[in-house]
Design a protein around this ligand. Structure first.
Ligand SMILES: NC(=O)c1ccc[n+]([C@@H]2O[C@H](COP(=O)([O-])OP(=O)(O)OC[C@H]3O[C@@H](n4cnc5c(N)ncnc54)[C@H](OP(=O)(O)O)[C@@H]3O)[C@@H](O)[C@H]2O)c1
Length: 250
C-alpha cells in the first residue's frame, strides 16, 4: 500500500515538473525588444518557444535563446500561411501577438499631429497592430485548439486607453484601440471553447520603440508579464492587464 502511494506521489511530482516543459508559446516580433526578452523568459522555464522574425537569417540573438525561429511578416498573407503550414498538427498553448509598429514620428515631435498625419501611417499601423493579430490568430487557431491553455495575448498599450489620449501617435493609438476590440470580439467567439483572450500593456520600456525614455528594462518587466500570462484565469478573459497584474480600463 505504502509502495503504491509512494509511486503515485513520484509520478505526480514528475508530471508537475514536466508541466511547463510540455507547454509551447509562439511570440511574434521576437527578434528584438520585448518579444526577444519574452522568449528568453519562457525558454528559461522549459517552454518550447517559437519566436518569429521578418528576417530569420538576421535574428542572431533570437536564435541564441534556443527558440525555434520562424519567418513571419504579419502584414503578409503568404507569410502567415507559410507559418501555419510549418506548424500544422503541433499544439500551441499560448500565442503572444507582440509584433508592433509605432509610426514614422517619435511621440510629441513637430510632425506628430493631425496636420501632418498621412494615410500611409494609419494604414501601416492598422496592418501591423490590428489586422496582423487578427489573421495570425485565425491561422493558428487549429494549433491553439489542440493546446492545453488556449491563451491569446494581444500586446496593447496604455496609449490605447480612450481617456488617456492627449493627441499625437495617431496611427498607434487608433490601431491599438482597434486591437482591444479584437481581444473582446475573439473572447466573445472563443470563450465557450475554453480560450482565454486578453490585451496586455507592458509598461514604458527601453526598446527601439520605447526609446531611451522608457522607465523599465525589459529584463524587469517581462518576467512580471510572463507571470501575469501564466496565472490568467478564465474570469480574466476579455480584460486589459498591466504587466504588474493590475487591471486597466479600456
Ligand atoms: N516598448 C514599450 O515601451 C511599449 C509600450 C507599450 C506597448 N508596447 C508594445 O509592445 C510590443 C513590442 O514592442 P517593442 O518595444 O519590443 O518594439 P520594437 O523594439 O520596435 O520591436 C518591434 C518588433 O515588432 C516586429 N515587427 C514590426 N513590424 C512587423 C511586421 N510587419 N511583421 C512582423 N513583425 C513586425 C519588429 O521586427 P523587425 O525587427 O523586423 O522590424 C520587432 O521584432 C509592440 O506591440 C508595442 O506596441 C511597447
Amino acid at each position: 500500500m505504502f509502495l503504491v502511494i509512494f509511486i503515485c506521489s513520484i509520478a505526480g511530482f514528475v508530471q508537475a515538473q514536466n508541466t511547463e516543459a510540455n507547454k509551447s508559446v509562439l511570440i511574434t516580433g521576437a527578434n528584438r525588444g520585448l518579444g526577444l526578452e519574452l522568449c528568453k523568459q519562457f525558454i528559461k522555464d522549459g517552454y518550447t518557444v517559437y519566436g518569429t522574425a521578418r528576417k530569420p537569417s538576421e535574428a542572431v540573438e533570437l536564435k541564441a535563446t534556443g527558440s525555434i525561429v520562424l519567418q513571419l511578416d504579419v502584414t503578409s498573407e503568404e507569410s502567415i500561411e507559410a507559418l501555419a503550414e510549418s506548424l500544422k498538427g503541433k499544439p500551441l498553448d499560448i500565442l503572444i501577438n507582440n509584433a508592433g509598429y509605432f509610426g514614422p514620428n517619435k511621440i510629441g515631435t513637430k510632425m506628430d499631429n493631425i496636420h501632418n498625419l498621412t494615410r500611409k501611417e494609419i494604414e501601416m499601423c492598422f496592418a501591423v497592430n490590428t489586422m496582423g493579430p487578427i489573421f495570425v490568430t485565425q491561422a493558428l487557431l487549429p494549433n491553439l485548439e489542440m493546446g492545453d491553455t488556449k491563451k491569446i495575448i494581444n500586446m496593447s498599450t496604455r496609449s490605447s486607453i480612450i481617456s488617456n489620449a492627449r493627441g499625437g501617435a495617431w496611427g498607434y493609438r487608433v490601431s491599438k484601440a482597434g486591437l482591444n476590440m479584437v481581444t473582446s470580439t475573439l473572447h466573445g467567439e472563443l470563450y465557450k471553447k475554453g480560450f482565454i483572450v486578453v490585451s496586455v500593456a507592458p509598461g514604458h520600456n527601453k526598446t527601439d520603440m520605447g526609446t531611451e525614455r522608457g522607465k523599465l528594462m525589459p529584463e524587469e518587466s517581462m518576467p512580471l508579464l510572463k507571470k501575469v500570462i501564466e496565472e490568467l484565469t478564465p474570469e480574466q478573459s476579455s480584460g486589459f492587464w498591466y504587466y504588474n497584474g493590475k487591471e486597466l480600463p479600456w
